[in-house]
Structure formats: structure tokens, C-alpha cells
Design a protein around this ligand. Sequence first.
Ligand SMILES: [Zn+2]
Length: 455
Amino acid sequence: MAACRSSVMTAHVYISTSIFLLCLSAADGRLNTGHAGVLLVERRGSYPLIDLRILKSKFKSLNVEVEAGRRKVKRQLSFQRYCHASRLLRGSVPHTPGSLHLLDDDYLGQAAHMLSKVGTWNFDIFLFDRLTNGHSLVTLMCHLFNVYGLVHHFQLDMVKLHRFLGMVQEDYHSQNPYHNAVHAADVTQAMYCYLKEPKLAEQLSPLDVFLGLMAAAAHDVDHPGVNQPFLIKTRHHLASLYQNTSVLESHHWRSTVGMLRESRLLSHLPADVSQDMEQRLGSLILATDISRQNEFLSTFREHLDNQDLDLQLASHRHFILQIALKCADVCNPCRVWEMSRQWSERVCEEFYRQGDLERKFDMEISPLCNQQADSVPAIQTGFISYIVEPLFEEWHRFTEPSPLSRTMMGHLHKNKARWSRLRHAHTPSDTQTHSQAEEPEPEGGGGEGEGEDIP
Ligand SMILES: [Zn+2]
């Protein structure tokens, strides 16, 4: 956790949108026809993570690298999962004492109780993950599929559904501070809240809901914990496979398609239907590429200005689902401070780990990844100002605004002000850790509407 690290210093640097776009995902990511046409089902996997031990030799003696070494690099840099396949949920290994089935009834009872309030904005996903013994994503998705009657509507096989969801959950890297299955569960819970917005709920078809939830659950699957620029500069094979464009998002999508096919979840549907679902899932997941933020935001703004959104049209509903997923993906600053702060520290810790690796191997340190220069409060105020606030202002307008939207904006403004105060409370000579320097919440930590049940 970043809070445990010392010498988090304030960096009075100007953090522009462009730096965020560069840092979070380089290149102008668009789904090109080459990507859409890739029918290769990637081999998925969680282990090993990118093994930087071999990068040294790759960088320092790239020209003299022998073929055998090259093969080794390629193998180790891929996100293979030979040793970590989803054996448990596929039934090839016996259940262990850590299995959900052996959880104390009290825990399951509390988790079930939490699910009865899954549509509230102050839902504590960290607690829910503990109560479900790390199975928050599978448990949440099964619950939401039942709430919406999706199993019945699409005639899904429950065994296949569990197998698919288990693979998705397990292919998230639990060692990532941020991009792990809890983040996926958090985004899915937020997506559920957005799907319930009065403006949307009545208009959505079962297919819209199915794709929205599936995309949220799988949108970062097998994330390696480093960003696109890192994959490009380390010449990762995924970067060349996707031509340096939406590399991670393309990988998340193609991995999801691989798991859909492996689990045969949609195999009972006509081929054209399941292929269409795969493509639409891709369109949703690829929309989370932060480098496409301006493209989506200006289109959204235009629709709202012209008041020409017609949610009877499938294409317009799909666009709103893309926006909803983008909102869900970056909604951390709109949560109550305690949860928001945890996510902020986690994402910065992931950035810093990348920076540490880059420093260790004499690579240029990516923007926002230098713990000595980029403090958590500085990163967060920039992130809120240039990414989150502009998007949620439009979402607020779209919902006209709804009670949930007012609640989120309340948290967002308070959290932004708090990060800003923390940022200026730090000085370069400050030796306190972030947690030690933290000021008390003047108003009890909540925003307006905190604790209320959002309908
Ligand atoms: Zn995400």
C-alpha cells in the first residue's frame, strides 16, 4: 500500500490531461479492422507476471541475443497460466479448505445480507470480498444474473456460467494492488447502479443488461499491472499483436472471448448471435481505453446538447452502455472517502511498482510512476480534474440528474477538495507517510445521501 511507503512528497507539477492519457494508456486507441478481424483466441493466463529479471539482458544485449534466449523471453513475457489454470472451478482438483463451500455460515449469511443492498452506492466491496473469501466477482455476478432473470432468458447452463465466471475471476491477478478481481467486482457493482438509473432501466433489453454486466466483470481481465507504454517499450508480443493500439483492452476482450468459447457458455445460441455478442462485448471493453476519453466525451456532450439521444435505438443504448462502463471504471473518486482513498492508494501503488521496475532496469520512468516525484494527492487531483469530473458532469446531465448522480457528485467534490488539501499539506521535506499526514474528515467522511438506499 502506498500509505505504508515513506517519503511520499508533494510534487507541484502540472498534470495535464495529455499526461494522463499518455500514462494510463498511450496511443490513440481505436478498434481497427485488423483487431475486429482477429479470430485468434489468445492463450490466457495469470502467471507469471511480467518477469523483469529477463528484461535486463533483453535491453543490454538485445543485438546479441540468441534464438534460444529470445524464445525464453517470449515465453516469460506472456501472461501464461499453465501453472495457474482454473483447475478448482473446472473440478480437476479437489476443493481446498479455502473454498467458498467451506466458509463459515455466518460469513455467507453476512454476504447474503450485503447482496440485499447491492444497489446502494455505499456498498463496501472490500468487506464483501472478505466475506465471500475472495469470490466477490463470481458471487456478485451470479446474484445479478438471477436478479435480472438472465439465466432463464438466455437459457444459460449454470455449470457453464460458474465455469466461465470462475475463469474470469481467477485470471485477474490477485497480486496487482489495483487491477484485480475486486476492482472488477467494484466496477460491476457500479455498473449495476447505473443500469438501474430511472432514465435507463425501462429502456434496456435483457441483452443490454447481459452485455453491460459481462463487460464490467471482464473489462480488465488478465491485466499485467503495467500500462500500455510499458508493454510497448519492453516490446511485449501483445503490443505488436495489437499494433500498439488499445493493447490491454484488446487483450481483455480477446481473453474474454477465449473464456466464453472455452466454457461454451453461449454455445447453444446460433453462431451469428454469439458472434454478435462477442463483438459488442469488445466494443464495450475497448471503450474503457482512457486514451479515447475525449472522443467519447465530445460525442456524449454533443448528444446531450442536441437532445437527440433516442434510447429506443439499440445503437444509442449501446453508446450509453459504453459511457456507463467508462463511468463505472473511473468512479472511485465518486465513492465515500474511506473507499475512495483505498482505491487511490492502490492505483498509485501499482503505478509506483511500475516506476520501481523501470528504475531498476534503467528504463525511463513513466509519468505518474515516480514515487519520489508523484504523490498520491497530486495524482488524484489531476485524475479527478482531467478525467473523472468532466465525464461525470455529463453523466449528471444525462440522468437529469438522479439522486445517485447527486450523491456521486457530492462525494467527488468533497474528495477532490480533500486531496487538494492533502497535496498542499505535504512539503518536500515532509517525512510523514501519507496516512500519518492525513487530516481528519471534518464532516464525518460522508457526502450527501451517504447511506441512503439508491432506488
Ligand atoms: Zn478497470
